[in-house]
Ligand binder design. Structure first.
Ligand code: SF4
Length: 338
């Protein structure tokens, strides 16, 4: 059996605001093995980024708290780590790549200072040796003339180049897991393809696991082994990529897939969208969170939260009408009792 690197069980991260409690992550469970690439997809505000930040307890706002659940990384309960142990975990074992490379790097410090500081924070290493390793990392991520870029300020580099620097920093300490939060969103399509290829190559070279957060199903298809669809703080479907793309089961996943532009789309034809907007996370409670936007909803969807069930080997769905024995068919009327 493959060894689990990351195990998340019943994770709940809530934000306590004056106007109520927003359930940003509400009972998320999944695991990852060493070397796996898992894609997490969903609309903005569905809890993907808060979930990934919760893994290393990196919640930016003081109002955000992990109220329940466990995160086990490499056999260690992350909630039990001291401040110092957490600092070691971040960067050494788990590295993050953020969405906007221009804000990831500090504009007033040279790339060299930022990379060396990062490396020395995690390893007892002198500046000269650190510089050598950093320049090698820049070369590894395909930066031309790495000595020159090493001596540059971030504003002297393009967005794609800055993201490569951020990736080089992420791999410097040879982490076991990289969390990449929308790593290609701020880049043009050519650069997106290059960055995805680079991540895949680095993963093959170092055996790193990658948790990639995205709203782009195309990114998942290109790089991931498995995929997890999130909606309003919950996981609604998970499977391996081939299975999910060939046999999607959740009505929200159907909507996401229909929203993907295709080369077969007729010019001037409006792009397909999912009607409605995601629910206010302060108001979600009983029932299926997707019910207001779901054309297949019935009374039970108002009354009871659907459980995650395995509809076929390794393919899990949280919908009252999808199981091994019941089947909702896309585009057809829901004839199931409910
Ligand atoms: Fe739609 Fe009901 Fe299934 Fe939710 S449980 S996705 S509302 S049919």
């Amino acid at each position: 059996m493959e060894e689990k690197l990351l195990e998340i069980n019943g994770l709940r991260t809530y934000f306590f605001t004056k106007s109520g409690v927003a359930k940003a992550v509400d009972g998320v469970s999944f695991d990852m093995t060493q070397g796996e690439t898992l894609g997490v997809v969903g609309e903005s505000g569905c809890g993907k980024s808060v979930m990934s930040a919760s893994i290393i307890r990196l919640l930016a706002s003081k109002s955000g708290k992990i109220v329940d659940g466990t995160v086990t990384f490499n056999g260690t309960d992350v909630s039990k780590l001291s401040r110092e142990e957490l600092r070691k975990l971040r960067g050494s074992d788990v590295a993050m790549i953020f969405q906007d490379p221009m804000t990831t790097l500090d504009p007033v410090f040279k790339v060299s200072d930022q990379m060396i500081e990062m490396l020395q924070a995690h390893r007892n290493i002198d500046r000269k040796t650190a510089a050598k390793e950093c320049i090698q990392a820049l070369a590894d991520v395909g930066i031309p003339d790495p000595h020159k870029r090493f001596d540059s300020y971030p504003f002297e580099l393009s967005g794609g180049m800055c993201q490569r620097v951020a990736i080089a920093m992420a791999i410097l300490a040879r982490p076991k897991l990289i969390i990449a939060d929308e790593p290609t969103t701020a880049l043009d399509v050519t650069m997106q393809a290059q960055i995805l290829k680079l991540l895949k190559e680095l993963q093959e070279k170092y055996g790193t696991s990658i948790l990639i957060i995205t709203h782009n199903l195309g990114v998942v298809w290109q790089i991931c082994d498995n995929v997890m669809v999130m909606y309003a703080g919950k996981v609604v479907e998970k499977a391996n990529v081939r299975e999910l793309y060939s046999n999607p089961k959740h009505p929200y996943t159907w909507g996401l897939m229909d929203s993907m532009p295709s080369l077969n789309d007729t010019p001037k034809e409006p792009l397909s969208t999912i009607d409605g907007i995601p629910p206010d996370l302060r108001l979600v409670g009983k029932g299926c969170n997707f019910r207001a936007r779901c054309r297949y909803a019935k009374q039970c969807c108002e009354d009871t939260e659907p459980e995650m069930v395995e509809v076929c080997d390794g393919h899990f769905v949280a919908c009252h009408f999808q199981s091994r024995t019941t089947n909702l068919v896309k585009g057809e009327e829901n004839r199931n009792d409910g």
